[in-house]
Design a protein around this ligand. Sequence first.
Ligand SMILES: Nc1ncnc2c1ncn2[C@@H]1O[C@H](COP(=O)(O)OP(=O)(O)OP(=O)(O)O)[C@@H](O)[C@H]1O
Length: 617
Amino acid sequence: MNKDTSRTQGQKAGAINKGERFIYQDDDAIEKPFNWAQMRRLFHYMAPYKKELVPIIAAMVVGTLTRLTVPALFIWAIDTAIRPPEGEGEPSVPLLFTLAGAMVVLYLIQWAANNYRIRHTNVIGQKVIYDLRKHLFSHIQRLSFRFYDKRPAGSVLVRVTNDVNALQDLFTNGVVNLLMDCVQLVGIVLILLIWNFQLGLAVMITVPLMFIVSTSLRKRIRFAWQDVRMKQSRINSHLNESIQGMKVTQAYVQEKDNMRFFNNMNEVNIKAWNKASALNQAFGPIIELTAAVGTLILFWYGSYLIQAGFITVGILVGFANYIGNFWDPINRLGQMYSQLLVAMASSERIFEFIDEQPTVGEAKNAAPLPSIRGDVKFDNVVFEYEPGRPALKGISLNVEAGQSIALVGHTGSGKSTIINLLCRFYDPVEGKVSIDGVDIRDVTIDSLRSQVGIVLQDTFIFSGTIRDNIRYGRLNATDEEIVEAAKAVHAHDFIMSLPDGYDTQVEERGNVLSMGQRQLLSFARALLADPRVLILDEATASIDTETELKIQDALKTLLAGRTSFMIAHRLSTIRNADLIVVLDHGKIVEQGTHDELIASGGVYNGLIEAQYRFLSA
Ligand SMILES: Nc1ncnc2c1ncn2[C@@H]1O[C@H](COP(=O)(O)OP(=O)(O)OP(=O)(O)O)[C@@H](O)[C@H]1O
């Protein structure tokens, strides 16, 4: 069973149980005191709506003032129209009716003002949430691969969805209610103290006591909500992984085990939620008890003051009325405080992402990379994903524009890493990568990546039409250009055989398409983008000879006139390359053409022989 380990910064609460199949690392717990700077930062998102807030605040002030005026009319009615003190006139029914009419008018004004306030704060709240989510998403899109290496997709998802949603209440009505309650409280306190200072103090004597008790609850509530978010994040990470890996789960009949694991997480989540919710609820009874004691004091001390002739009956009724209105905002402020704590926990998690800087940053004076020819140079490049474990150990490579390079080597030898550096998904620890003699760290990332095309082994198909998927290569391409590109890579025929041709809807990841078809689509996408440098991670899955021939032919079209780097698995692709680079444990151990390398009888020759042996076995 999970232990709650989410208390200390940097502490990983990840391991579920020794020997469990899935191990998730929770996000680091973020432990900071309630901090106004962070709240100010959050409220900064409301700044663009300052003007729209003015009439809302005006409505709030009008609503509060009318609410505060009504008890004053009660006192007037009792002390003047119903039971005037001896010698100060007679009871007056017309005055009573006038005052009742005035109260009705005040109630109507209050109703209209509240209506306006609620409707418009909701609209502004939604806009703020929209902006915050947009900011967060656009920021995480810029974050480097290192950021994603460390986090399961589900935990990133939770911050953009759940954590932002958790701020919804705060922005839709919390902020304005907070202001309203503060104004109401200050108003009531002033009125009570002015009417009768002693009685005012006496009924409010319980307030400090309540604050002392509730303060001790605050810290626990904050941690409890933070814990809930972490447990939810863990569920989401698992869910995300389970859905992605559903085929494997079913193929290995792991549903039961998966279910057990999920139940376990679900249970832990419910417990965390119940704990936080119970702590939250504790505020209510504390307020009620304080209110009851306050009322007792009012009637006990108030009766004494009436008897002693210090106050009138009207004042006592007025006090009772105000006191009724006094605990409401205090109760709401207590709840609001919990809401603020929830928002605090979520905003900490959101700002943690927003403050994350891309490790692959853009130099201050980065200029756009001019149109390139396609000369690529690796200059003694050293790289490590994790400190002390170099994945590339001094790679030097000189590639002329238009050359095709095949990267070969055992699994884990560093082929993909070379490509990751060329696209600047990571930066080298030592040495440099340059294109046309320009260090790629000195140019803007957009200008670099828009000239370096990449076709990945696991071709990503987005949900949408086939046409949209090809157009992803160049968004302003015309329909004709799309068809032309598809024809050039032999994708046109299979596309036309689909029910709606280019308008056929494909689901996320393109599950309805075969491996070969997905490859051809990605070739069309790359051809449309027309990059000078093309990177190709060749799919290893064996496909039928006819598709293989089509792919070979499509490749020829795709590679013509470009510098290309291929992580090549097919012998035909490797053989046709201008230069074969053989990697082993992060080092280049051989390079040359196919014939040269075979003749030298080294590592490459061994790899090819092994492949032949495997095929003929
Ligand atoms: N994101 C990562 N974080 C940490 N280490 C990594 C990461 N990606 C790769 N590595 C490590 O870096 C080394 C080189 O990996 P790389 O992916 O470049 O190999 P490869 O030659 O492309 O392998 P394959 O043919 O299996 O795709 C390996 O030891 C691998 O474990």
